[in-house]
Write a protein that binds this ligand. Sequence first.
Ligand code: BGC
Length: 758
Amino acid sequence: MMKKIVLFWVTLLFTGYLFAQTPNNEEKKAFIDDLLSKMTIKEKVGQLRLVSVGGNLTLDKVLDQIEAGEIGGIFNTVVEPDLTYMQDRALKAPNKIPLFLGFDIIHGHRTVFPINLGIAATWDRDAIAKAAEVSADEATSDGLNITWAPMVDITRDPRWGRVSEGFGEDPYLTSEAGRIFVERMQKQVLSDKKSLVTTVKHFALYGAVEAGREYNTTDMSERKMFQEYLVPYKKAIDAGSRAVMVSLVSINGIPATGNHWLLTEVLRNQWHFDGVVISDHGAIRELINHGVASDAKDAVKVAIKAGIDISMNDEYFLKFLPELVNEGVLTEDQINDACRHVLELKYDMGLFNDPHRNLDPKLDIETMFADNRLHREEARDVARRSIVLLKNKDHLLPLAKNKKIAVIGPLADSKRDILGSWSGAGRANLAVTPLEGIKKAVKNPNLVSYAFGANLSDDPQLFKFLNLYEITTKYDERPADKMIAEAVKVAKKSDVVVAFIGEAEGMAHESSSRTDLSLQASQKRLIKALKATGKPLVLALMNGRPLTLPEEYQQADAMLETWFLGTEGGNAIADVLFGDYNPSGKLPMSFPMNVGQIPVYYSYLNTGRPHGTENMGKYTTSYFDSPNEPLFPFGFGLSYTDFTIDFSLSSNEMTPDGQIVVTANVENTGDKAGTETVQLYLQDVTASVSRPVKELVGFENINLKPHEKGEVKFVIKPEMLKFWNDKMQYVSEPGKFNVYVGSDSTTKDKQTFTLLDK
Ligand code: BGC
């Protein structure tokens, strides 16, 4: 009772606080109407421009344009004194409108967390929240007030380099991660000092580019869009994200940046989004290349008419928008609408009251990058939860700390690679490499020996590509056989070999599509030589996408997926290698056996001739030269202990407004404490349209001591049974549903219930 009373008062007080903080709409409207009435068309257009310093736009030029009221926001500048001067100059502009100060905070800020694919691999809402919260905390401490995250593009094609930035193949897991990012970064009260406005991106379907080729076209049925690919953006918007970034690609023939259906009919009219819509870098002028605008002026018109508010790094808004209004091609009201979205957001952020929030011009660069500003403990915890154990023959892992360990490979001691892509505010010199982490963890660091072993690749073209703008990837000039011989020597003197292989961080980035997902030949030779020593071989993968690794899976005695784990990566890897943390990560994306299987994902539709059907001879959906199944399925990940899961339903029938409780009994049958992620999948067996063989609808983590039993409960609600039917209505249809509960997406453990029609 007491608890209830306390809860009541806490809720009441919090609601009161929120109410007090929520801007009064009438006051807001009056303020913005007044402001708009004082602004020239040029100043209004200025609010629609996001600019970064660079190229022709020197800092001085930018400062002058700010003071002239021609810039509404700055991005990708994180030097705090600069941000302060910029905000100072904005306050000298005719209408003194503070700037958005933005940056890509994709997986951490000063402290770099695992790449998002790794964060998703935690399947742990608290870990995701920690990464998002710390990132926002550090970014706001640097004076930033808006970010271009979360990226919630569903990705089922690992040839695309940006799969590293997203949360994987599944709408539910991606939506959960995206929602948590929005809630933890943006905060409920936008004027909170720690609140960072989120920009959900890339709206929409960037992850579904044909053939996984960067910036390519997307073509998809509306059903698949609404059922799967659009879901995470919608959830992020429902969670409150006040900005949306538009994708660079065409959707069913119409570029997203010029797509009225997408940006106005769906986003504004159907979803009631009232924040700002931002075009991606240079996307407006790209409308000419797409072939939907004849020249730059035409591109500006197409973009504004489609529903773009803000242009990112395109000089054309300022050049052509006033002209287009003068000529009557666009109305001033169209500009006012876009400008109002910007001013409303700035108002809600409290920028008019406190434009300099969190800015401290006295903070010097040295202090800004100081180690004591990092959140190492949080980063290490999230990083170790991201690691996925893929194989562990004869319980090779965890390793004893008094063994002689050979740490080998081109990624074993690379500070830059472990940070992963999109880590612009991180500093490689502050990162812990696997070699450093392992040396620190063992009893006697002299027991650890190291060899580079092989270059990441033999291909000089690849190094040219990776090191185009800055030297990020080391190329060792020594002959390949010399490096292998050295590695073999080190291996032979050790009890166990841990080899760090995979990709350079730049291989899993924007504009880093690949057609071949196997390890480079140089690394394959290294592994073969290490295997030939007969020493137990642990393959620790560092990569930003699923790779095709059937051969390596055979060669390895143990295999760990470590992604790019961020600042504390090396320590996190050591925690798992030596059993100070029992691995609990699960794959957020299927790992194909070969490129020919792509796209391979768990939630496929059944066919008329399902694979594995008896008595159908060879006429089933399959390949004659490859299995259908991926090498590692979605949701898969081992532990140093074993778990059993069985489950029951509270009923085998559900009324349209009823619910079913699923109780999963989990037992740790091994002798180590560990965490299992219990996964709940549903299948609508018969409906007006074909439904996937399985869809993830819930997951929960449970920590169990050796031989301990525990229980996880899920509630299946009618809302979870809805889908886009044959008439494109979002409904549930009565009939049979299969429920699967297990430790990965291949679970066959099934119960059934019927949804009644009344
Ligand atoms: C990327 C966006 C990013 C923007 C700003 C673009 O190239 O596609 O994801 O937010 O640059 O850095």
